[in-house]
Design a protein around this ligand. Structure first.
Ligand SMILES: [Zn+2]
Length: 232
């Protein structure tokens, strides 16, 4: 199999391969490992290859999304077993490495880990990003007290909580597994509790003004909830 190109679908990168086969016709498939494969009895030029991909683009997108869902479900199980790690919305294989790595090394779809590797360090970079997003919205939303603080804690069953009287938002350390758009949704959701103390219609109307299609993000979050609730 020869890697010909990569396709970007919904922020994920998928490799596209050319595979020589004995079939008469050229065919297209997406396998369980999310590789897009064109099987052909003959060599295909790069421009021909691109044409095939372009013509089938909506079919590929559909198929990849279907397979991605199944793949994610499998990876939730693998995460519990410590075989993979989710980071900023992406799933990486965890590979023990005995060479000199301080903590971890991210390469392609894998994270190479040292003996004394800690999840906290891997999550650290994304947590810094969460803090930036928090500070951005804290300034932007005028009802958030200027001295409101952000803390992190490991929760088993929630992403965050807003103690509006204490002027404190506490977010789950596991926020680091989420993609940016869901981090943003949770941060804004919690900050809005400084203005609305429950999830009534005004809360959701206001949230929609800041996070467009926020109901869709809630739906996307359901998958990551399954990771959160199952861990441990
Ligand atoms: Zn809430």
């Amino acid at each position: 199999m020869k890697k010909m190109m990569e396709l970007k679908i919904n922020e994920n990168i998928y490799p596209v391969y050319l595979k020589r086969s004995k079939r008469i016709k050229t065919s297209l498939s997406v396998n369980d490992n999310l590789e897009i494969i064109i099987s052909s009895p003959r060599n295909i030029s790069e421009s021909e290859f691109k044409k095939i991909i372009e013509k089938a683009s909506s079919w590929i997108k559909n198929e990849v999304c279907k397979k991605q869902k199944l793949y994610n479900q499998r990876k939730v199980e693998d995460f519990k077993k410590g075989k993979v790690i989710w980071l900023n919305g992406k799933c990486y294989d965890l590979i023990p490495n005995h060479k000199q790595i301080t903590n971890h090394l991210i390469k392609d779809n894998a994270i190479y880990i040292s003996k004394n590797f800690s999840y906290k360090k891997v999550y650290g970079e994304v947590i810094e990003k969460v803090k930036k997003i928090f500070n951005y919205y804290k300034t932007k939303l005028d009802f958030v007290p200027k001295d409101a603080i952000l803390n992190f804690k490991y929760y088993k069953s929630r992403w965050g909580v807003c103690y509006f009287r204490k002027k404190e938002v506490v977010l789950n350390d596991l926020m680091a597994i989420l993609p940016d758009n869901l981090i943003e949704y949770i941060v804004v959701h919690e900050l809005l509790h400084f203005k609305f103390h429950n999830h009534n219609k005004s809360f959701h109307d206001f949230l929609e003004k800041i996070i467009l299609n926020h109901r869709l993000r809630e739906k996307e979050l359901v998958f990551f909830n399954s990771i959160l609730y199952k861990k441990e």
